[in-house]
Write a protein that binds this ligand. Structure first.
Ligand SMILES: [Zn+2]
Length: 82
């Protein structure tokens, strides 16, 4: 985290790979994909930056499972008709 901030500076922005929002780097968290807790099952994880909201929501899901969860959430919330 600190390393990223030093690298990009506090004023820099990043794009969250999950919600595609552009956010200040101070809103970023280091995300492990696949999740570290499932390394035994899925192999070594790589790290990237994601926003706090997505990282929290994603939890122990893989990127593919999280995408599916978001799709279902979207439908549950009424899709485009809302
Ligand atoms: Zn996000």
């Amino acid at each position: 985290m600190k390393r990223w901030k030093r690298l990009y500076g506090m004023s820099a922005t990043f794009v969250c790979p999950y919600c595609l929002r552009t956010l200040p780097i101070s809103e970023s968290t280091v995300e492990h994909e696949p999740p570290r807790s499932r390394q035994y099952e899925l192999g070594r994880s790589k790290t990237m930056l994601a926003c706090k909201r997505c990282n929290n929501q994603k939890g122990a899901l893989t990127a593919a499972e999280y995408a599916e969860w978001k799709r279902l959430e979207f439908i549950r919330n009424g899709g485009l008709s809302r």
